[in-house]
Design a protein around this ligand. Structure first.
Ligand SMILES: Cc1ncc(COP(=O)(O)O)c(C=O)c1O
Length: 288
């Protein structure tokens, strides 16, 4: 939960969260006409802010929302908010909508985008913690065909995650035409015969920043890795399955639809990549 005395940044102003108001005619409200980013702060320092800026630029370009005036300064605004809220361990949420206009599908020209930045506290990263074990369910991917855009229209993701939680699981693994795409809010990796596999970059998945970091670490440390589609059957018979994301880091999926994955424990490749990721994040944020 956001603390009531927290500030947020809204369109150039620092405001307590309870006083920050967006018009009911904001296009995010009626059309979900907005894109967002979530990045993680470790002891007051963000991981990979430039990659988040670039992904947000991709999302904005893809939906033709013009870059707001403060776009390049988003990392500094976000850093300042983390300081103001005295929240060194947090996730920062950036959202840019197309702006405010009477409800018509087509947006009038010249709208000023609405820019919102918020922070949410999270526990500090425990360097020695093993990858947590997660239960998952399988569910059809009901999303649109531009999942590479980080759009706030997340209804299909919300439904999938809710089904997972109701089934006593923590994540929903999505599949389309028999192929595993990703999780409701994470990237999905499998390990078969020592080879790491994840869906290739395409409009069917979000280009996860943790995904890119893990693939880079795998290459650097000689863990064979392939970016190629894999089936539901390959998922269910994998030696290891794990999910990744900015706030999840690496989570070992040990059960899918109540069936045990591999040995039912955190596998060796998962454990290694979890360790490498945490070390890499901490080293990167410390160097600035
Ligand atoms: C659908 C989806 N896939 C993957 C991810 C992981 O992306 P990242 O590693 O950039 O957090 C997210 C994160 O929110 C997501 O929502």
């Amino acid at each position: 939960m956001i603390r009531v005395n927290n500030d947020v940044y809204l369109n150039g102003q620092w405001l307590p969260v309870g006083e920050a108001k967006v018009s009911v005619e904001d296009r995010s409200c009626m059309f979900g006409d907005a894109v967002y980013e979530v990045l993680r702060y470790y002891d007051g320092k963000p991981f990979a802010p430039k990659l988040h800026v670039e992904r947000m630029r991709h999302s904005l370009d893809a939906v033709s929302i013009p870059l707001p005036e403060e776009f390049e300064r988003l990392p500094q605004i976000s850093d300042e908010l983390v300081r103001r809220n005295a929240m060194p361990h947090c996730k920062a949420y950036w959202q840019i909508s197309r702006g405010v206009a009477p409800r018509e599908h087509e947006a009038p020209a010249g709208l000023k985008p609405t820019v919102l930045v918020m922070t949410y506290e999270v526990p500090p990263l425990n360097v020695d913690a093993p990858a947590p074990r997660k239960r998952a369910i399988l569910t059809p991917d009901l999303r649109w065909l531009r999942c590479d855009i980080k759009a706030v229209t997340l209804l299909a993701n919300v439904i999938a995650k809710t089904h997972a939680l109701r089934a006593g699981a923590q994540e929903a693994i999505l599949h389309r035409d028999g192929v595993v795409t990703e999780g409701s809010a994470t990237t999905v990796f499998i390990v078969r015969g020592g080879v790491l596999m994840t869906h290739p970059l395409s409009p069917l998945i979000l280009g996860g920043i943790t995904r890119a970091t893990l693939l880079e670490l795998a290459r650097k440390h000689n863990i064979p890795a392939q970016e190629r589609p894999f089936t539901v059957d390959q998922l269910l018979t994998a030696d290891e399955v794990f999910i990744s994301g900015t706030t999840t880091h690496v989570g070992a999926v040990t059960e899918i639809d109540r069936r045990t994955v591999g040995e039912g424990d955190v596998g060796p490749v998962t454990a290694r990549l979890n360790r490498l990721l945490i070390e890499h994040i901490l080293a990167t944020v410390t160097q600035g």
